[in-house]
Structures are given as structure tokens and as C-alpha cells.
Design a protein around this ligand. Structure first.
Ligand SMILES: [Zn+2]
Length: 290
């Protein structure tokens, strides 16, 4: 469960301290997940839980108590309630983010959709299917018309955020800041972009850092994301667990780790035109123009 501290550490700013559901109270974790009247209606609708019961507990203990209760159940059907509970927490959290970051309107039925979506996913895991099974969509070697893509997780019903990323790298002696990375959000309602100078030893390492940075910046802000890159090597490295490239292996591992914070992550190889905006940003950043 992401903690408020975490958000502060990640320096996600511009967060309205008021609860995005009721606008009436400071948003603490206990308010958001339990004490807010809006969340209480969600608990009642999804699980028939009266959230005010146990409201003297810290939110951590409150959650722990419920989970302990569910885990005692022996029947498979009864244990289903455990994933319903986790999905409800997830639904509240994601919808809160949709309101804050995507300017969505508060909508209880939207949360219930997220919950049932998450439930389907959790039940699949319970059926011994790996949650983050890597899908290989089309073998680029044999079907050249299909783009090279690596993905993790399963798509939910939330809006797919599409980011293009690019790295700019130049080998020049004495130039410590020889590289820069950038990403740009392609969704119409989002003008977000980011660029930063970094130290990297090669174009492929620069690009891998660009993918990682985009995911780090979007963590907790959305649940489904597609990253467009023009670098085939990075997508191949993500797809091939066996092959190693010392230059980028640790970065690839970091990308896969952070991908687990999302419902769905896809990294797709596109042509240079497809990352033009990010390319311009990265080039400017490398030259120190922004
Ligand atoms: Zn509230």
C-alpha cells in the first residue's frame, strides 16, 4: 500500500491536501480509505462492510484485522473476500489518483468497475497463473509488420497513458554531461513532459534510463501505461531474460521491478518520427538549453 510518506519522498507536489472525494477533510490515509463518507459507501457497496466499525484503530491495524479475519477462512469461496477487500483498497486509491491527476469526476460506479477489474486479475493469480507473465506479442523476427513490444500485467479499464521517450547522447571528451533523457505524455488532456541531463556511457544506456525515468515519474499516477521508444535494443533486452548486456542489465531489472506498481506496462518500438517530441526535448536538455 503506497503511503503518504512515500508520495512526499517522491516529491509529488501540487497535491491538494483536502480529500478529493469529499473536499471536506484533510486527506490522511485513514480518512481516504475508511473515514470518508464516500469511501464508506464504497465499502458498503463492494463488500457490505461497515467501515466505521473499528474506526478507533490506525488504518494499518484496521486493514490488518480484516485480512487476518479473511485468512482464517478455509473455503476457497470465502477466501475470495480477501481479494475483494484488497481490490476495494486499490479501487479507492486509483480513483483518487484519477481525480487528482486526470481531473476525473468523482464517480462511485467507476470505482466499482476498477474493483471488479482488479478482482478478475487477482483471481487469475489465485488460479496459479503468474500475475506479471510477460506477454510476447508477435515475434518481430518472423512477423515484421508487428511492432516489437514488451509488456507486463494486464490491461485494466482505465485510460492508457501513452508516453514517448528518448535519449540524446554524444561522446565528447571532457563533457561530463554527455547525455540527456526526456519523456512526453501523448494523451491530449495531459501536457506533461520532463527532461534531465544524466551521465551515461552509451546511447542504449541513455535510452534505458529514459524508459526508467518515465515509469518512475508516472508511478502512482496511473495504472496503465505505454512507453514508446525508438531503441530496439532496449525492447529486446526487456523481452529476453536470458541474454545479458552489462551496460543495461541493472536498468532493465529496475524497469521490470517498477512495472509491478502498474496494472499494465507496455514498451513498444516505434520509428524515429514516433518520438520526435521527446527527441527534441532530450537534445535541448543535453545542450543545456533547458
Ligand atoms: Zn473525504
Amino acid at each position: 500500500m503506497p503511503m503518504a510518506d512515500n508520495l512526499i519522498k517522491r516529491r509529488i507536489t501540487n497535491i491538494n491536501p483536502a480529500c478529493s472525494f469529499c473536499n471536506n477533510h484533510t486527506e490522511t490515509l485513514s480518512h481516504l480509505f475508511r473515514d470518508c463518507e464516500f469511501s464508506q459507501r464504497i465499502w458498503s457497496a463492494s463488500l457490505g462492510i461497515v467501515a466505521t466499525q473499528g474506526d478507533h484503530l490506525s488504518i494499518q491495524d484496521w486493514i490488518r484485522n480484516f485480512l487476518n479475519l479473511f485468512r482464517k477462512k478455509k473455503q476457497k469461496e470465502e477466501r475470495k473476500i480477501e481479494s475483494d477487500f484488497i481490490s476495494t483498497l486499490w479501487g479507492i486509491w486509483i480513483h483518487r489518483n484519477e481525480i487528482i491527476f486526470n481531473k476525473a469526476k468523482k464517480n462511485p460506479s467507476r470505482i466499482l468497475d476498477i474493483i471488479s477489474d482488479s478482482n478478475r486479475r487477482l483471481h487469475r493469480i489465485n488460479n496459479k497463473q503468474s500475475e506479471f507473465r510477460e506477454h510476447v506479442k508477435g515475434d518481430a523476427k518472423t512477423i515484421s509488420s508487428k511492432p516489437m513490444e514488451w509488456s507486463s500485467g494486464t490491461k485494466s479499464t482505465t485510460t492508457m497513458q501513452i508516453l514517448e521517450v528518448d535519449g540524446a547522447w554524444k561522446n565528447r571528451k571532457g563533457d561530463q554531461w554527455r547525455a540527456a533523457i526526456a519523456w512526453k505524455n501523448k494523451n491530449e488532456d495531459q501536457g506533461e513532459e520532463s527532461a534531465a541531463r544524466i551521465f551515461a556511457n552509451s546511447p542504449v544506456q541513455t535510452e534505458a534510463y529514459a524508459v526508467l525515468k518515465a515509469l518512475q515519474d508516472m508511478e502512482w499516477k496511473c495504472s496503465d501505461i505505454t512507453i514508446r521508444t525508438d531503441n530496439l535494443e532496449v525492447v529486446q533486452a526487456l523481452k529476453n531474460r536470458g541474454r545479458t548486456n552489462k551496460n543495461i542489465d541493472p536498468i532493465i531489472a529496475d524497469i521490470k521491478r517498477i512495472a509491478r506498481s502498474f496494472h499494465f506496462v507496455s514498451c513498444i518500438k516505434v520509428g524515429r518520427e514516433g518520438v520526435k517530441l521527446a527527441h527534441n526535448l532530450a537534445t535541448k536538455a543535453r545542450k543545456g538549453e533547458i
